[in-house]
Design a protein around this ligand. Structure first.
Ligand code: SAM
Length: 262
């Protein structure tokens, strides 16, 4: 009998949760959740469910991966109906493989329930097709954070030559190095790049830029939530529209400020 469900919580907006995830949460006796899981989603668990925060954010580990794996195994062995709730999709930069390995090693069966990953949530939020026909030939999900910290040793030349759309997870801190490597690898400095923070949530914020200007713009407006970086020709229209919109908002704010001073 399946005792553990690795469940994708999606990007944050509770309405983007799958029906299956919501049903499993309601039926769970134990929920182990990450820091990116939205409180409104955790609150969908039944009143008797035990809620365990194993969240980690920006390298600050509330529980180590080994502890999480141990907990999962213990709770499943205790006969509990366990939901392991993970931000976005469990199979995209979610360390699902370690958890599945631990469960397999103990003969515990599990099921994975997909969730909407940050990349597709960001694409929807920006009205942006990541695979725009005739423009982007491929789509690449990259991590901006190496296993030992810092920037991973990507093949920046191949990625640049791919002509695809690049989506960087966990790249907020390493963005300056990332941009410099792409430009060194031959990416035109005016390649459109957008940073989106808290995609799908009410406090979502996007920074339309180019690969050359994005690091400076990001540094000037410190982000508190998770950020995703999108790079590629497919962004050109979305980028221009976002720039026009943010210009319109700034002008409106300036007008309102002038009116309240006067
Ligand atoms: C450990 S990875 C988990 C990814 C997750 N499994 C997924 O499929 O979206 C965490 C990174 O996902 C990205 N992320 C997750 N939720 C996000 C959101 N709502 N808005 C922007 N980026 C998000 C950020 O790059 C963050 O640093």
């Amino acid at each position: 009998m399946t005792h553990v469900f690795l469940v994708g919580a999606g990007p944050g907006d509770p309405e983007l949760l799958t029906l299956k995830a919501a049903r499993l949460l309601r039926a769970a006796s134990v929920v182990l959740y990450d820091s990116l899981a939205d409180p409104r989603i955790i609150a969908m668990a039944g009143p008797a469910a035990r809620l365990i925060d194993v969240g980690k954010r920006c390298g600050k580990h509330a529980a180590s991966q080994a502890q999480i794996c141990r907990l999962l195994v213990e709770e499943a062995r205790g006969g509990h109906n366990v939901v392991r709730l993970k931000g976005g999709d469990p199979m995209v930069f979610g360390r699902a493989s370690e958890e599945m390995d631990a469960l397999r090693a103990h003969g515990i069966t599990f099921e994975v329930v997909p969730g909407i990953t940050a990349a597709t949530a960001a694409a929807a939020a920006l009205n942006l097709s990541l695979t725009r026909r005739g423009v982007a030939r491929s789509l690449h999900f990259l991590t901006g954070h190496g296993a030992q910290g810092g920037l991973p040793a990507h093949d920046f030349v191949s990625l640049t030559k791919s002509g695809g759309t690049l989506v960087v997870y966990m790249g907020g801190e390493t963005l300056p190095g990332l941009a410099a490597h792409f430009i060194e690898a031959g990416m035109p400095p005016d390649m459109p790049a957008i940073l989106i923070e808290n995609a799908s949530l009410a406090d979502q914020r996007s920074v339309p830029a180019t690969i050359a200007t994005l690091p400076r713009l990001h540094a000037a407006q410190a982000a508190a939530g998770p950020v995703l970086i999108l790079i590629g020709e497919a962004l050109r229209d979305a980028n221009e529209i976002a720039a026009l919109e943010s210009q319109a908002v700034s002008e409106m704010e300036r007008t309102m400020a002038d009116a309240s001073c006067g």
